[in-house]
Structures are given as structure tokens and as C-alpha cells.
Design a binder for this molecule. Structure first.
Ligand code: R5P
Length: 310
């Protein structure tokens, strides 16, 4: 088995390597003067089971292109099997035609990864589970819920917790966390009047006097979670925490979180935390290297991956 890392999240790739006790394979990824990407695998991979670790996070197009070119290099170097390990699958939110004459970019990205030569995909908390079906190769979608529920139990008294989905689309995800920690569920009914703006309308469920935990897959501008926290406090919640798998945190999101009613935001390292995230007083990063590493080990040894979540 070989592990190859792109440049999107070297720290996570190294942590996965440490879990598996396998050093990262030597792979050089560099740019020509015109910014074309060039890759050279610096060791023999002929006949190997290779796992390429690369999130397609900011800058999404560069990191996606790196992933595709690494896969191409491995295929031409006669790797036996190539698994694209994509902890954060960018473009996932473009998973349907939201209006006329728009693309389904998540499907296009799935096609690109497949046609580059990947044999399998391993990812985490896909924005919509059905994106697995965009790939015609085996795709394992891991869940952060076991990691998040362990973190909640270690850091908080779960007796008075209500898990809250920040929008109707996230109910299945939030319900899975609520079930895991044996907590009730509430839902923020969000209406988005214009693209890019989120507006909180209503709360379904009882949050008065409760310590609420918002759970979402992606935090990007922070608008969804900050607005949800505001309405939960207005409805009498005692406190609001937020757990979110993918910390995209673009633009002024970190400052928005700091100034919000969210006591603490916990994200995973599926996307490499920026310096601003590391310096933030109320954002904490929870590692997923062991989860990803264990899934890689099980894939390599042809063992069940789904049983990770039993
Ligand atoms: C939306 O369906 C997603 O699950 C997230 O709620 C959304 O992407 C978060 O975006 P933002 O932080 O910009 O509100």
C-alpha cells in the first residue's frame, strides 16, 4: 500500500500516514511558470494499492487539477489500484440544476476523477449522500458523527442537549447525531430569499432552556449557523454550540463566528485550518485522521468500511 498526498492538506495526510505507520510516498507537485501543474512520483508504484489524499478545498480548481494529474501519473506508472481519498469533496453543493441552464458540477467532477483513472473514492460527509451515485466506481462516504459524538461526550454534559439542524435539508444528518448521543432534535426552518443570503424563519421543536448543538456539513460564509444561533437564543436556548464537518470558512466567516452567539464551533481538519482559524478563540479543530486512516486500512485489506459506524 502507498499513500500519496497533494498539497491541499499535507498535515492531515501526514497524520493519516502516522496512524497507518506508513510514510507518505515521495511525490513532487510543482508549477510551471504559466501555472500548469506538473507531478512526478519519485518512487516505484508498479502493482501497488495507492491512496491519493487530496481535499478539493480552496483554491478548489487548483487542488482538483492536482488530484487529477496525480491520478493520471499513478495510472501511467502502473499502480494496481488507485483510490481518491477526498475528505472534502468540493463542488458538492452543485448537485442538481437549481434553475434552468445551470450545470451539475458535482457530476462533472465525479466524471473527471473517474476518467483520470481512479478505481475507488473515499470521502467524508458528502453534502448529499446521493452524490455517491454520480460515480460509476465504488464510493465510500464516511460519516463524522462517531467522531463528533465522542467529542461532545468528552467536552459537554449531554443531559440537557438538543441537537439542531440549521435547515430542513440537514435533518437526516442531525438526527443521526441526536440518536448517537440520545438527545432530542429541533429544526431551524430557513428560507433563503436571494442566492447567497440566508434568513432564519422559525424553529420546529423545543429549545427553551436547552443547550443547543447545531450540526451541519459545511460552514462557508457562516451565515447559516450564525443566523440559526441567533434565532435559537431568541427562542430561549441556554447556549448554542456548533459542530460542522467541513470548515470552508471563506471571506469574513471567522470574524462572523467570533462575533456570533455561538459559544464554540468545532470543525474537522478535512480542510486544512487557516492561521485565522487556529487563532480564533471560539473555533476548535477535531481530527479525522484516525477515521480516514482506519477506512483506508479496511479498504486495503478488503474489510467492511460500513462497520466503522456500528
Ligand atoms: C447548505 O445546504 C449547506 O449544508 C450549508 O448549510 C451551507 O453551505 C452553509 O453555507 P454558509 O455558511 O455560507 O451559510
Amino acid at each position: 500500500m502507498k499513500l500519496v498526498a497533494g498539497n491541499s492538506n499535507r498535515a492531515l495526510a501526514e497524520a493519516i500516514g502516522a496512524y497507518l505507520e506508513i510514510p507518505l510516498a515521495k511525490c513532487m507537485v510543482r508549477r510551471f511558470a504559466d501555472q500548469e501543474i506538473f507531478v512526478e512520483i519519485m518512487e516505484n508504484v508498479r502493482g501497488e494499492d495507492v491512496f491519493v489524499i487530496q481535499s478539493t478545498s480552496y483554491p478548489a480548481n487548483d487542488h482538483l487539477m492536482e488530484l487529477l494529474i496525480i491520478i493520471d501519473a499513478l495510472r501511467r506508472a502502473s499502480a494496481r489500484r488507485i483510490t481518491a481519498v477526498v475528505p472534502y469533496f468540493g463542488y458538492a453543493r452543485q448537485d442538481r440544476k437549481a434553475s434552468g441552464r445551470t450545470p451539475i458540477s458535482a457530476k462533472l467532477v465525479a466524471n473527471l476523477i473517474t476518467h483520470a483513472g481512479a478505481d475507488r473514492v473515499l470521502t467524508l460527509d458528502l453534502h448529499a449522500g446521493q452524490i455517491q451515485g454520480f460515480f460509476d466506481i465504488p464510493t465510500d462516504n464516511l460519516y463524522s458523527v462517531p467522531v463528533m459524538s465522542r467529542d461532545i461526550k468528552e467536552h459537554h454534559d449531554i443531559a440537557n442537549i438538543t441537537v439542531v439542524s440549521p435547515d430542513v435539508g440537514g435533518v437526516v444528518r442531525a438526527r443521526a447525531l441526536a440518536k448517537r448521543i440520545d438527545a432530542p432534535l429541533a429544526i431551524v426552518d430557513k428560507r433563503r430569499e436571494r442566492p447567497g443570503e440566508s434568513e432564519v424563519m422559525n424553529v420546529i421543536g423545543d429549545v427553551e432552556g436547552r443547550n443547543c448543538i447545531l450540526f451541519d456539513d459545511i460552514i462557508d460564509s457562516g451565515g447559516t449557523l450564525c443566523n440559526a444561533a441567533e434565532v435559537l437564543m431568541e427562542k430561549g436556548a441556554s447556549s448554542v454550540l456548533a459542530y460542522c464537518t467541513h470548515g470552508v470558512l471563506s471571506g469574513g466567516a471567522v470574524a462572523r463566528i467570533t462575533a456570533s452567539r455561538i459559544e464554540e464551533l468545532v470543525i474537522t481538519d478535512s480542510i486544512m485550518p487557516t492561521e485565522a482559524v487556529k487563532a480564533s478563540p471560539n473555533i476548535r479543530v477535531c481530527g479525522i485522521a484516525n477515521l480516514m486512516g482506519e477506512a483506508i486500512a479496511r479498504t486495503a485489506h478488503e474489510k467492511s468500511v460500513s462497520s466503522l459506524f456500528d
